[in-house]
Design a protein around this ligand. Structure first.
Ligand code: ADP
Ligand code: MG
Length: 259
């Protein structure tokens, strides 16, 4: 883990210089309430171009809600979401240029792998020949070449998530949003895919927001980690910093659980 944390730090410096990159996403003063339940209690967040940023926190702390604000599936009650410098708070999801992968049910079950990937390309009016090229490249990225004609039910859990990631990437989105994509997989696969996602993210340099409740996953994969608790951000920092210098008692306790 320590080694991973160090590699992440070096990468962060390499991709970002020191704070020189623009922000791809900004959340400003976001509040969200469901009935009497205050789910986001003033979230401020900046995601830098090309980084892998992880939202980490216990179940129910507001990670998915935050991601859904960025995706546009939810509107904040108060506050704003900016993508690439544009205020997109009222912009519907399909007009935001992003790819998303969920814990489960990410693929269309009645479509083959190929059809799953071509879906978004068709919507974007990409021609047949170009589709084929892009799909073949996207499947190669996740080591799924040759499985174009399979249906999701004919794939293992790990393969499904690979295809889901590939489908999110095939349209070359500006942002990749991953909501606990590894949580349903067994430990060995989880390790394997962790490394895969990290490699792939660096390779294509897509700005990525990753959600997990797993401390080790967050610390080993991310350029920066956002620790959340009960609708608030406790600390935003590099894995090294969070590991060595937890800012609050909550972060100390929560990160401590992974050791
Ligand atoms: P996390 O992803 O960190 O586990 P969520 O963002 O999914 O947490 O949920 C935060 C809180 O908001 C939880 O208490 C959850 O029950 C509640 N919540 C999430 N979505 C809804 C919804 N659509 N309606 C009502 N409550 C919701
Ligand atoms: Mg969630």
């Amino acid at each position: 883990l320590k080694k991973d944390v160090e590699i992440n730090r070096q990468h962060l410096e390499a991709v970002q210089g020191v704070g020189s990159k623009k922000n791809d996403v900004e959340i400003k003063g976001a509040f969200k309430q469901f009935g009497a339940n205050i789910v986001l209690n003033g979230i401020d967040l900046e995601v830098k171009q090309g980084e892998l940023l992880t939202l980490l926190g216990p179940s129910g702390c507001g990670k998915s809600t935050t991601l859904n604000l960025i995706a546009g599936f939810l509107d904040p009650d108060r506050g704003e979401v900016h993508i690439k410098g544009n205020n997109v708070t009222k912009v519907p999801p399909y007009k935001r240029d992003l790819g998303m992968v969920f814990q489960t049910y990410s693929l269309f079950p009645h479509m083959t792998v190929y059809e799953n990937l071509s879906f978004g390309l068709k919507l974007r009016k990409v021609g047949k020949a170009e589709q084929k090229k892009k799909i073949s490249k996207a499947l190669e990225l996740v080591k799924m070449s040759g499985l174009e004609n399979r249906y999701p039910r004919e794939l293992s859990g790990g393969q499904r998530q690979r295809v889901a990631i590939s489908r999110a990437l095939v349209v070359e989105p500006e942002l990749l949003l991953l909501d606990e994509p590894l949580s349903n997989l067994d430990a060995k696969l989880r390790y394997e895919l962790r490394a895969e996602i990290k490699r792939l993210q660096k390779e294509i340099g897509v700005t990525t927001i990753f959600v997990t409740h797993d401390q080790e996953e967050a610390l080993s994969m991310s350029d920066r980690v956002v620790v959340m608790n009960a609708g608030k951000i406790e600390q935003i920092s590099t894995p090294t910093e969070i590991y060595n210098h937890p800012k609050t008692e909550f972060v100390f306790q929560f990160i401590g659980k992974s050791n």
